[in-house]
Design a protein around this ligand. Structure first.
Ligand code: HEM
Length: 517
């Protein structure tokens, strides 16, 4: 009778001893480099959802929230994290430009951990969630669509979309109040990738109408899929009908699939015109017209989905933070307005050829991306036993052993708020990008062969949108009685508050756009 509890107790003791031995071995394998010692891995579902508790979990959005402070505590621009559950995991976290450059430029030594991207692969394999020969195939198919010719299309379409917003939606109103700025930046970014990437032209008026044969709009389906992506990862298919929220998520996943299949059928049956957009490249690859192995139907759908997501969420959130910052820092907005006014005559629309002249607009975006990088943590892993080096707080070079299999995280906010490279790192100062600046200490688009393929696409649409908006409207924070009397710092914290989502997500940015006279 007494043997059962004894047996269970022995098993528990054995399990704990095994975990502890593994834990201490892991700590030793990285030379006992300082950092977090945790019960739950920050890369696990529990570890990222539990609140921040010492020795237990780092809490939500921790890479963004902690910025450079963890590195300061570790006394080095590389810190470690060793955790026990679900299995012993060793992670090396980087905020050192040279170490980051080494990792991003050696793809074979530091590949992408594809299993981390499971949430993005539910429609099939795609460019973001793949490695090796498969990734090379997707990148080769997509690269020609990001040409200068297509960037001009991105510019022209972005200008048209902004004109549509001003005339069809805002009309003759002198002041437009939005309760959350993403309510306008999400559709803007989606319309741009829709038309410039996929030839899918949606007007502001059509955008709110559910087309026949569907139960939600394309925009809503994509938005719900993006927001509920982790639900789909955690909840098994049979359980997706259990609550109204889960049913809505399931409907959105199915609807988005239907919309993408329709887009494909429509383009396949339309007259072949000489197009060079992303959709044409993907369809040609599916038809086997590009040589090499053809894209399967699932790969085609999954890549369309990934370009829609990668191409609109990052952009929409960056635009939203940019408008929020300009509303808070009126003097910076005025400088930007004056620069645009002195560069583009007010009696006509800005052209793609004028984009290089809009240096101040680019500086505003770069400073926003430094402060609010949408992708806060970029994961890699060590494919072999190796080392990484950084300087410690006393300027001494430290070499950290990195055993094969170690997780590596590029902590983008850690680097972007690193006071060794950025003076007064918490301040919004676009001018820092108008003089010489530390290029290796700025990686919002990652770097090396796996850097963002859409960087120029974003910069083009972003500058066109910002130029159109700031030249015609002044942006201010919406005044609300419940926040009367708050200090500037309180207002800033409220307006720029964010949470972890697929990318760093603004919570609520309430703004007023007032027509300039
Ligand atoms: C503010 C705008 C943007 C930011 C900050 C951004 C950031 C990034 C980052 C950090 C990565 C690397 C992710 C990783 O290694 O896991 C990435 C990859 C990627 N981005 Fe962007 N992105 C932006 C806009 C865009 C746009 C507009 C598109 C498409 C039109 C796009 C398409 C992609 C794709 C396809 C990849 C995967 C590339 C590969 O692995 O070869 N992104 N982006």
């Amino acid at each position: 009778m007494q043997t059962t509890p004894l047996l269970i107790g022995s098993f528990i003791l054995l399990f704990v001893c095994q975990k502890l031995i593994g834990f201490f071995r892991a700590v030793k394998s990285i030379g006992n480099h300082p950092g977090h010692r945790l019960l739950f891995s920050p890369a696990s579902v529990l570890g990222s959802f539990l609140p921040k508790t010492k020795y237990v979990s780092l809490g939500q959005n921790h890479t963004f929230v902690s910025k450079h402070t963890v590195f300061e505590a570790a006394g080095c621009d590389i810190h470690s994290s060793v955790s026990i559950i679900p299995n012993i995991r060793t992670m090396i976290v980087l905020a050192d430009p040279a170490a980051i450059k080494e990792v991003t430029s050696s793809r074979a030594r530091f590949p992408k951990p594809v299993h981390f991207y499971k949430a993005l692969s539910f429609y099939g394999h795609n460019i973001v969630a793949s490695e090796g020969e498969e990734w090379k195939k997707y990148r080769k198919i997509s690269a020609p669509a990001f040409s200068d010719r297509n960037n001009k299309l991105v510019w022209d379409e972005s200008v048209k979309i902004m004109e549509g917003l001003f005339t069809d939606v805002w009309g003759d109103k002198d002041a437009i109040t939005v309760d959350h700025c993403v309510d306008i930046t999400l559709p803007i970014a989606l319309f741009v990738i829709g038309v410039a990437g996929f030839g899918r032209n949606v007007s502001w008026k059509e955008d709110v109408v559910i087309p026949p044969g569907h139960q939600m709009t394309f925009k809503d389906a994509l938005h719900i899929v993006t927001t509920d992506i982790f639900v789909k990862l955690i909840v098994p298919d049979w359980a997706m009908r259990l609550t109204p929220r889960l049913r809505r998520a399931k409907l959105a996943f199915d609807e988005l699939h239907r919309y993408m299949a329709e887009m494909i059928r429509l383009r396949q049956h339309s007259e072949k015109v000489d197009r060079h957009d992303l959709f044409s490249s993907l369809l040609d690859a599916n038809a086997g017209d590009l040589g090499g192995p053809a894209l399967t139907e699932d790969e085609l759908i999954s890549n369309i989905y990934i370009f829609l997501v990668a191409g609109h969420e990052t952009t929409a959130h960056t635009l939203c933070f940019t408008f929020g910052l300009l509303a808070l820092y009126q003097e910076e907005q005025e400088k930007l307005y004056q620069h645009i006014k002195s560069t583009i005559p007010s009696d006509r629309l800005p052209t793609y050829e004028e984009m290089p002249l809009l240096t101040h607009s680019m500086a505003v975006f770069y400073e926003t991306l430094r402060l609010f990088p949408p992708v806060a943590a970029i994961p890699k892993f060590a494919a072999e036993d190796t080392t990484l080096s950084a300087t410690d707080s006393k300027g001494v070079k430290i070499t950290v052993p990195v055993p094969k299999g170690t997780d590596i995280t590029i902590a983008v906010p850690g680097l972007h708020y690193n006071p060794r490279y950025w003076e007064d790192p918490h301040a919004f100062k676009p001018e820092r990008f108008l003089k010489d600046w530390p290029r290796d200490a700025f990686v919002p688009f990652s770097a090396g062969a796996r850097a963002c393929i859409g960087r120029k696409f974003f910069e083009t649409e972003g500058i066109a949108i910002l130029t159109m908006l700031v030249s015609r409207y002044k942006i201010t924070v919406k005044e609300e009685p419940q926040f009367a009397g708050e200090t500037f710092e309180e207002r800033k914290a409220r307006v720029l508050a964010n949470r972890a989502g697929l990318t760093v997500t603004p919570l609520r940015v309430p703004l007023v756009f007032t027509r300039r006279t």
